[in-house]
Design a protein around this ligand. Structure first.
Ligand SMILES: Nc1nc2c(ncn2[C@@H]2O[C@H](COP(=O)(O)OP(=O)(O)O)[C@@H](O)[C@H]2O)c(=O)[nH]1
Ligand SMILES: [Mg+2]
Length: 144
């Protein structure tokens, strides 16, 4: 599996995604996957995205990653991702919409729009709580 870095505002669901991916991979890959996967997931603090002065920290950290994941909470008002925020990075960026279980169809569509505007080339709709959409994410990370 690729080494991934999660970027998103505080409360977006980044840590929950990490926990879910680690749990899933125990099921998918068995034993040793925990340790390996534990080293493959880079969870970043929301402040890195919320404060412009910390963008540089995200860029530096992204050197460690193969894929960057922009995380957008479907239930959140607005987005912290500037248009074409992906251009800050030299790695492929995909988007994950979280909390689809708790969002309306309109909210989810808006979250997709935010991620598209940010420049994410592939977007996954998920709910870690309902366990939805995560297989596709795992598949993508294994294939790319
Ligand atoms: N309803 C719902 N809540 C979620 C989901 N994912 C995360 N949460 C909740 O959102 C809150 C913030 O999640 P967390 O992973 O800590 O966000 P982080 O700050 O981005 O790391 C927690 O209370 C989670 O339980 C989801 O798919 N659905
Ligand atoms: Mg967190």
């Amino acid at each position: 599996m690729k080494k991934v870095m999660f970027v998103g505002r505080t409360y977006a669901g980044k840590t929950t995604l990490c926990q879910y991916l680690m749990g899933e991979s125990i099921k998918y890959k068995k034993t040793q996957a925990i340790e390996i996967l534990g080293k493959e997931l880079i969870d970043t603090p929301g402040e890195y995205l919320e404060r412009r002065g910390l963008y540089r920290a995200l860029q530096v950290t992204s050197a460690e990653a193969d894929v960057i994941i922009f995380v957008q909470d479907a239930t959140a008002d607005g987005s912290m991702f500037a248009p074409m925020f992906t251009s800050m990075f030299t790695k492929p960026v995909i988007g994950i919409v979280t909390k689809c279980d708790a969002a309306s169809r309109e909210q989810t569509a808006l979250a997709v729009k935010y991620l598209e505007n940010a420049g994410a080339k592939k977007i996954f709709l998920t709910s870690a709580v309902a366990g939805k959409g995560m297989e596709d994410v795992i598949q993508y990370l294994e294939d790319h």
